[in-house]
Design a protein around this ligand. Structure first.
Ligand SMILES: [Zn+2]
Length: 184
């Protein structure tokens, strides 16, 4: 009888432990690591492998920036954007274009006639798809941005045809506010 009692209390302890709510230790792996390479103030070159970028960038940015993809024409909110401000590389924060060099080309992608500075962009020959084109990449992180064509408006006669997905925009007012804040 005593043995049975002991056994019974064991069962009680066991079942009471089991009834404790189980804490979930499941990690949320869907979230990407924050982008430590994104910096608008630092123009130092960013040399990071695609294996690393894949864990940082969203799939759509990764596909265009690192695998030379092209967004669907007419899909970018920036194509007809007229706000005054600055366009940055969405991968590393490099300053790419000012809004006053933006124009409506009707090609289906945000278009500019001149980059922010000579070091904003680098140029590479692209002979894919049986065409002779010039690819433009970010001068800081070497991400694919789009192509440049020689049918743009004056004064340059160039048309930088850029995927909106790899652009970040900041309105001039917001930038000025930050600048004023720093002066104080
Ligand atoms: Zn970049």
């Amino acid at each position: 009888m005593k043995k049975l009692n002991i056994l019974f209390s064991f069962v009680l302890i066991f079942t009471s432990c089991q009834s404790q709510p189980l804490k979930s230790n499941k990690m949320d792996t869907s979230k990407k690591t924050s982008n430590v390479y994104y910096n608008r103030e630092d123009s130092k070159k960013v040399d990071v492998s695609n294996d690393v970028w894949k864990n940082i960038l969203s799939p759509e940015v990764y596909k265009i920036a690192r695998e030379k993809g092209t967004e669907r024409p007419g899909s970018s909110e920036f194509e007809y954007k007229k706000d005054v401000g600055t366009y940055y590389c969405a991968v590393c924060g490099n300053t790419l274009f000012k809004s006053d060099t933006k124009f409506e080309s009707g090609c289906g992608w945000p278009s500019f006639y001149e980059p922010f500075s000579k070091t904003s962009i680098i140029y590479l020959p692209d002979n894919s798809y049986g065409m002779k084109r010039t690819e433009v990449q970010c001068g800081k992180c070497h991400s694919h941005l789009g192509h440049v064509f020689e049918d743009g408006p004056p004064p340059t006669g160039l048309r930088y045809c850029i995927n909106g997905v790899v652009l970040d925009f900041e309105k001039a007012q917001e930038a000025e506010k930050k600048f004023d804040g720093k002066k104080e």
